[in-house]
Design a binder for this molecule. Structure first.
Ligand code: TYD
Length: 134
């Protein structure tokens, strides 16, 4: 599994403007059970700092930009999201941090399941412990 897995979505727009369609089990590689969006994040604020046991997510920066750090417990990699036709797959057991949000950043997240705090690993040492046991 590569650390940074970017998905590129077909642009269906025409002279009237842009249009991108997201479909579960098609260009989104799971059944979408939840959608949420992050906006108005201050520039000096970082978010995330967790991994998920079962949840898969795709994050798409619809407006502005933000930076993602992905960490599988062995390697870390960073990517800037600044295109509305591009998503990053946040797979299971990927520690992720988001930062450098532009003022206008609107980050859409599609998730494979309902919100469940029990699916979060919020402590980095716990995360490393889980990785070792895989
Ligand atoms: P969290 O996932 O920690 O945010 P981030 O990864 O962006 O830093 O969520 C922040 C709070 O919102 C936390 O108390 C859980 C709650 N929350 C929900 O109730 N439902 C949701 O779908 C999400 C994503 C978060």
């Amino acid at each position: 599994m590569s650390l940074i897995s970017l998905l590129t979505f077909n642009e269906l727009g025409d002279e009237r403007g842009g249009l991108i369609s997201l479909e579960q089990n098609k260009n989104i590689p799971f059944e979408i059970k939840r959608v949420y969006y992050i906006f108005g994040t201050q520039q000096d604020v970082a978010r995330g700092f967790h991994a998920h046991k079962e949840l898969q997510q795709v994050a798409i920066c619809l407006k502005g930009s933000c930076c993602f750090l992905m960490d599988d417990g062995r390697n870390k990699a960073e990517v800037i999201l600044d295109k509305s036709n591009m998503g990053i797959l946040i797979d299971v057991m990927q520690w992720h941090e988001m930062y450098d949000f532009s003022d206008d950043c609107l980050l859409l997240v599609l998730a494979s399941d309902y919100y469940d705090e029990a699916d979060y690993i919020r402590n980095y040492n716990d995360f490393l412990g889980c990785i070792k046991n895989v």
